[in-house]
Write a protein that binds this ligand. Structure first.
Ligand SMILES: Cc1cc2nc3c(=O)[nH]c(=O)nc-3n(C[C@H](O)[C@H](O)[C@H](O)COP(=O)(O)O)c2cc1C
Length: 358
C-alpha cells in the first residue's frame, strides 16, 4: 500500500470478480503482503521473542482431526449462534487490533462495515485509528477493547465514551501489563504518521502495570457493560474471572505478540473449558485461518473465535468488501465441515467431532 511510502498513487483495491478468485485466507495474506507498505505488513505480522508462540498457535490446530459422520440430513446447515446474547451469523468475531488504517484508508470504518455485512461482532481496539464515535456510527452492537492506562481519568473517559456511544461489552485486555518483547517491532518500528495514529489517545500513553483482580471492581463501578477478559490462559485465572463476575473470557495469547513460549491458545482451551465451562462464555483466538479451525475450537468448547491478522489482510486487499469476501470463505468452509461432521447447527458441535491426531 502506498500510504506509508509517500507514493502518490492510491492503491487499487480488488473488485468483486477479482475477490472471487481468492480461495483461502492464505491467498489474502499473500496479496496483502504485496500490497501493504512493508513496515505495515511487518507490524501486523509482529511477534514476541523467537516467534515460537505464533507458530504454536497454528500448529495446535494440526494436532486435532475431525470425525466425519454419514447419512445425516444436511439440507440445512446453520452456523449462527449468540455471544453474550447477541446474535451473530457465524461464530467468528473481529479481534481488537490497533491501526487498521495501516491496511486501508478507511481503517476501522471499513472493518465496521464488514462486520455489519457479515452480521458479526467487531471489537474495537483502544489503539484504533478511528474514533470510538465514528465506529459506533457504522458498526452494529460492537464491543470496546480497553487497555487500562496509568491515567485513570483517561481510562474512565474511554469507557464512558464507549458506553455512551452504544458499545455493548467491555473487553479488558489482561495479557499486556507490560509490552511483550517485540523483537519484530524493535527491528521494524510501527509506521505511524498523521494519517494513521491512535485516534482516541494522546501521543504518549502508558498502560497500568499495577492492576490486580481487585482493580476490576472500579471498572465495574464506572460501566454497566458486561466485562470480557481477554488474555486468560490458565484454569486458575479462568476461575478467578468467574469469581470476579466476568461475563466472558477470551483464551488468548495475543496472537503470540506478548509472552513468547506461552502455550498455544487452542492447547490451553480444554483445561479452561473443563474448569469453568457453563459459568461464563469462553471465546478464543490465535491462528484461526480456516473454517475447520473454527469448528475444532468450537468442538473443544469455545463459543466463538476471533480473527486478528486476517482482518488486516482482508482490508488491504479490498477494504470492507475484501474483508467481507474473506469472512464468506471462512463461513463456506465452516458450513461444509459442519455438514460433513453431521452438525447441522452450532448446538450439535461438541467434543465428539474431534479426536487427537496420531
Ligand atoms: C497488528 C495487531 C494489533 C493488535 N492490537 C491489539 C490491541 O490493540 N488490543 C488487543 O487486545 N489485542 C490486540 N491484538 C491481538 C488480537 O486481538 C488477537 O488476540 C490476535 O491477533 C489473534 O491472533 P491471530 O492474529 O493469529 O488471529 C493485535 C493483533 C495484531 C495482529
Amino acid at each position: 500500500m502506498a500510504l506509508m511510502e509517500g507514493r502518490v498513487e492510491p492503491p487499487v483495491y480488488l473488485g468483486p470478480d477479482e475477490l472471487a478468485r481468492l480461495y483461502s485466507v492464505e491467498d489474502f495474506e499473500s496479496l496483502a503482503r504485496e500490497r501493504m507498505a512493508d513496515a505495515g505488513y511487518r507490524y501486523v505480522a509482529g511477534w514476541a521473542g523467537t516467534g515460537e508462540t505464533v507458530r504454536m498457535n497454528r500448529e495446535a490446530f494440526g494436532r486435532w482431526v475431525l470425525r466425519p459422520r454419514a447419512l445425516v440430513d444436511v439440507s440445512t446447515i446453520d452456523p449462527s449462534t449468540t455471544v453474550l446474547g447477541q446474535p451473530v451469523s457465524l461464530p467468528v468475531l473481529f479481534a481488537p487490533s490497533a491501526l487498521h488504517r495501516l491496511a486501508h484508508p478507511d481503517g476501522e470504518l471499513a472493518t465496521a462495515a464488514a462486520s455489519v455485512a457479515a452480521d458479526t461482532v467487531m471489537i474495537l481496539s483502544t489503539s484504533a485509528s478511528a474514533t470510538i464515535e465514528e465506529v459506533a456510527a457504522v458498526a452494529r452492537d460492537p464491543w470496546f477493547q480497553l487497555y487500562w492506562l496509568t491515567d485513570r481519568e483517561l481510562t474512565r473517559d474511554l469507557v464512558q465514551r464507549a458506553t455512551a456511544a452504544g458499545f455493548r461489552a467491555l473487553c479488558l485486555t489482561v495479557d499486556a501489563p507490560v509490552g511483550g518483547w517485540r523483537e519484530g517491532e524493535l527491528r521494524y518500528p510501527v509506521p505511524l504518521d498523521a494519517t494513521c495514529r491512535a485516534a482516541n489517545l494522546p501521543d504518549v500513553v502508558e498502560v497500568e502495570t499495577r492492576l490486580t483482580w481487585s482493580s476490576l471492581d472500579w471498572l465495574r463501578s464506572i460501566s454497566p457493560l458486561p466485562l470480557v477478559l481477554k488474555g486468560i490462559m490458565t484454569a486458575q485465572d479462568a476461575r478467578l474471572a468467574v469469581d470476579h463476575g466476568a461475563a466472558a473470557i477470551v483464551v488468548s495469547n495475543h496472537g503470540g505478540r506478548q509472552l513468547d513460549w506461552a502455550q498455544a491458545s487452542l492447547d490451553a482451551l480444554p483445561e479452561i473449558v473443563d474448569a469453568v465451562g457453563g459459568q461464563l462464555e469462553i471465546l478464543t483466538d490465535g491462528g484461526v485461518r480456516r473454517g475447520t479451525d473454527v469448528l475444532k475450537a468450537l468442538a473443544l468448547g469455545a463459543r466463538a473465535v476471533l480473527i486478528g491478522r486476517p482482518v488486516f489482510w482482508g482490508l488491504a486487499t479490498g477494504g470492507a468488501a475484501g474483508l467481507g469476501a474473506m469472512v464468506e470463505l471462512i463461513r463456506g468452509e465452516l458450513v461444509s465441515a459442519m455438514a460433513l461432521t453431521g452438525a447441522t447447527t452450532i448446538a450439535d458441535v461438541g467434543r465428539q467431532l474431534v479426536s487427537p491426531r496420531f
